[in-house]
Design a protein around this ligand. Sequence first.
Ligand SMILES: Nc1nc2c(ncn2[C@@H]2O[C@H](COP(=O)(O)OP(=O)(O)OP(=O)(O)O)[C@@H](O)[C@H]2O)c(=O)[nH]1
Ligand SMILES: [Mg+2]
Length: 336
Amino acid sequence: MKQRVKVTMVGGKNVGKTCFLHGMYYVMRRGVNNFFLHAHDADSDNRLMRGWSALNRRGEDRRWPVPTHEDITRYDFSFKIGMHRTLMDFEWVDYRGGALEEDTASSQELIDHLNESDCLFFCLDGSELRTPVAERLYDVDSRLCISRAKVLLDGMSRRVPVAVLITKHDCCRHRAKDELMADIRLLFDAWLVPGEGWDVLICPVTLGRQLAEDINGGQIDPKNLHVPLVYSTFSLVVEGLVDHETKARMAAENQEVAERRIQESRGGFLTNLLKKSDIEAAQLEAEQWQRQRAAEERAANRLRQDVAALGRELTNAVMYCDGRRVQIRPQHAATA
Ligand SMILES: Nc1nc2c(ncn2[C@@H]2O[C@H](COP(=O)(O)OP(=O)(O)OP(=O)(O)O)[C@@H](O)[C@H]2O)c(=O)[nH]1
Ligand SMILES: [Mg+2]
């Protein structure tokens, strides 16, 4: 399993990418159910914590970040279980929303980042979903750069998990869940149909319920901010688990083949003597495969525990696996 992965956050201008990052960093730096996120360097930590402190200055419009100017801002984080055990290192890429709409060097850089990404976050501005989108479909699609993002994602050389964040969910939480989901299906049809191979999380997030009515005075009371990163980690750890299980199975099969060769070579005293070197070579091989199998099984067992811990955070999550709705049961079994 890769220990260092790259997340790219995409979405239109002003959809709440930077605010989400500041909020997510704060809640996970503090820790959510024993999961932690720590920036690798003090400058990034300070910058993100300053961003969070500003959000909490109620009554000032300076509480909100200025639109991101730098084309691309990178952060290096460690995602930990407990304070000390790193599960995965993330290189996080936040970039100015405008880059998605343009055909410039920075959008080329973004495409390069996407191609190297192991998971994606797409921010969908929940304030666009206050009312049904059907009649405003093309307008919403172009403002949120959804079609543009789809084109970029389809151009990617491989499928990676996608977390769709309904940011500013406070603005659309008055709507029935089914209705909201129908709108999301309209907007993201291509990512939610079978056969396209996308694994998708749909996750509402907000920095505070009161913000819908009072953007400058509303209290900061974040919801769900840790879920998308937990989902990305979960998906990548499951991938690693499957890899170890496959390797353990292959090692077991190879061990069996070598053991069969030993059995077939053995015979009477003279046969054993004549085939001594063949038998010894097969014995050595069988032992090597046995050791490899044991190592893969140990690694798989460790990851199974991590998958269970991460899965506990996702039992209420709306997830699709190649267009099929999947649910993680409280006893951690992922089922269709
Ligand atoms: N109601 C509500 N508004 C929010 C929330 N989060 C962010 N906003 C508003 O959205 C604005 C834009 O947020 P940013 O995080 O700067 O958006 P961005 O996507 O980084 O924008 P660019 O840097 O221009 O690409 C903020 O100034 C807030 O007014 C939220 O949870 N609820
Ligand atoms: Mg920004």
